[in-house]
Design a protein around this ligand. Structure first.
Ligand code: UFG
Length: 327
């Protein structure tokens, strides 16, 4: 079996990627410091606890498993927090990734799949983004991810490292079998917060800003089902195995939904109302982030057929009603 090092494999997207990798015949080796991840979510391969800031620990894990590729999910990812504590993002995301890239290069692991983000694009005038859109992040989270993209491109020149970079739009939903799902502490993402408000785990949902330049005044995002997203990662790995070299792909659906539209769909899918209040804008939020997925579909053969709002909310709701991971 081929080992794949999965940093952040105990987190939301990483744990789903481990499931997809195992189903595709790989052995996912999770490397995670459990700062935001859950040991209970590591179900599909070995677990190595460790921190990206600890280079010696990374070297040890590369030597032990000799992975054919690294899939790099581990990161801090809260836009709001990145505006109040940018140093935390530059240290953990940028410097942590540099350690990982250098450890991979030193171990001769030349294939890299990287989780980047549409937050690297920043505020753009109501356009549907593609991979050639200019990257002008407006928050430290997006800026730290863009810096990692630059690092990978430099190491591809210096060390022949090949990187598939995926710029995610808004990832949502859960594994249909509910073996793994989304659990963050604190939770900051829209769909799980809506489900928390519906189920009474929180009093209500605060809509962050109703004065954006959009049809209903709330922000618009492009939501992608997490299982579709991780399918793209397996396709990206095969792309690298075939020697096709470095490439950037946006993973979006081309359809945008406002905060109010997501709330309406959640009310419909669960048959319940969403208690909500209207609040001010959140620092660092862009008005609209929507991407086409032509390149991923044409070149990787990606088929995001679970990414309807109804299915994402239904799958997230199923997971939400399960016992959460232990603290
Ligand atoms: N929102 C609310 N109330 C909340 C939470 C969110 O109105 O309580 C709004 C936000 O303002 C935003 C939308 O819902 O307009 C989506 O917010 P999320 O926090 O769910 O997602 P973000 O778009 O801020 O960020 C997510 C990921 C990032 C990723 C980014 C790309 O957290 O990692 O998508 O846009 F980079």
């Amino acid at each position: 079996m081929t080992n794949i090092l999965v940093t952040g494999g105990a987190g939301y997207i990483g744990s789903h990627a481990c499931k997809a990798l195992k189903a595709a015949g790989y052995t996912p080796v999770t490397f995670d410091n459990l700062y935001t991840g859950w040991e209970d979510a590591v179900k599909f391969g070995p677990f190595e606890k460790g921190d990206l800031l600890d280079r010696a620990r990374l070297d040890e894990v590369f030597a032990k498993y000799k992975p054919a590729a690294a899939m790099h999910f581990a990161a801090l990812s809260q836009v709001g927090e990145s505006m109040s504590d940018p140093g935390k993002y530059w240290l953990n995301n940028a410097y942590g990734s540099l350690n990982l890239i250098e450890a991979a290069a030193a171990a001769g692991c030349g294939n890299f799949v990287f989780s980047s983000t549409c937050a690297t694009y920043g505020e753009q005038d109501n356009v549907v983004l593609d991979e050639s859109s200019v990257q002008l992040p407006i928050n430290a989270y997006g800026a730290s991810k863009r810096a990692i993209e630059d690092m990978l491109s430099d190491f591809s020149v210096s060390h022949g490292l090949n990187a598939v970079i995926f710029r995610y739009f808004n990832v949502a939903g859960a594994d249909e079998a509910a073996e793994v799902g989304e659990q963050h502490h604190p939770e900051t993402h829209l769909i799980p917060l809506i489900l928390d408000a519906i189920s009474g785990k929180r009093d209500d949902l605060t809509i962050f800003g109703t004065d954006y330049d959009t049809p209903d005044g709330t922000c618009i995002r492009d939501y992608v089902h997490v299982m579709d997203l991780v399918d793209a990662h397996v396709l990206g790995l095969k792309w690298l195995e075939q020697g096709k070299g470095s490439r950037v792909f946006n993973l979006g659906t081309g359809s945008g939904f406002s905060v109010r539209e997501v709330m309406q769909e959640a009310a419909r899918a669960t048959g319940q109302t969403v208690p909500c209040t209207e609040g001010p804008r959140r620092a660092g939020d862009c008005t609209k982030l929507v991407s086409g997925s032509v390149r991923a579909k044409d070149e990787l053969g990606w088929c995001p057929d679970r990414s309807t709002l109804a299915q994402m909310i239904t799958d997230a709701w199923r997971w939400h009603q399960r016992t959460p991971y232990a603290k």
